[in-house]
Design a protein around this ligand. Structure first.
Ligand code: MG
Length: 229
């Protein structure tokens, strides 16, 4: 598929799953209280706080505004709830962390060279991840290998649909302006690869260090990295 476009998952594909769980989530948990206390008056943070408070219980609603936001997000993070308000606020907190240099986005060592090679071969690259578009852009802009965003021509998140739903892949191909048959989706999750194939894309599974094991005998090609793609 030398002329095909590449649509890439992040966690378990370009980036260690542990980066999200060992770096990003703990950073958000640690930084949200001081961040909302310091920035509650800005419209961007204020709007994210309004969104978070839509998920507040009656008891939480009785707290002062900043305390309520801290309490709701702490509860949601402990339960790994993917709420829109929490995701929006986490994105703003991560931006603060990346821009201050406290966080650098993890990418596997072959990723920068692969991006450069694909770009050199005029193979467009886009990202499809459950992390928000802002979180995706931050990770690649402030990566351990420098700014990789010049290589990326599209960012898609679950506002394009669920990753295990074939319709999402058609929505993304249409938005990106690429026929499904010209796109190879790379992921670590079999059900996502199957959904992409159902939509008419090619799919490849990545078996990165730290990924959970994949069953044997899969009908999808499995690669250890991007070097042969
Ligand atoms: Mg993944």
């Amino acid at each position: 598929m030398p002329d095909s476009c590449l649509l890439l998952d992040i966690e378990g594909t370009t980036t260690a799953i542990s980066f999200v769980y060992d770096v990003l989530f703990p950073y958000a948990k640690r930084a949200i209280p001081a961040f909302v206390t310091a920035h509650a008056a800005t419209s961007e943070v204020g709007q994210a706080m309004d969104l978070v408070l839509q998920d507040a219980s009656d008891d939480e609603r009785r707290l002062p505004r900043t305390d309520a936001v801290i309490t709701v997000t702490r509860r949601q993070m402990a339960a790994d709830v993917k709420a829109p308000g929490l995701k929006t606020l986490q994105g703003l907190v991560w931006r603060h962390g990346y821009e201050s240099g406290e966080i650098k986005g993890h990418v596997y060592p072959d990723v920068p060279a692969a991006f450069a090679a694909w770009s050199g071969a005029k193979r467009p690259i886009a990202i499809y991840s459950s992390g928000s578009v802002l979180a995706q852009q931050l990770l690649f802009r402030h990566s351990i290998a420098g700014d990789l965003t010049p290589f990326i021509s599209g960012h898609y998140d679950t506002t394009s649909g669920a990753k295990q739903s074939p319709a999402s892949y058609l929505t993304i191909c249409s938005a990106w302006g690429r026929p499904p048959g010209s796109v190879t989706f790379c992921t670590d999750v079999l059900k996502e690869a199957e959904a992409a194939r159902t939509a008419g894309l090619n799919a490849v599974l990545l078996m990165r260090p730290g990924n959970p094991p994949l069953p044997a005998g899969l009908p999808v090609a499995v690669h250890g990295d991007f070097s042969r793609m």
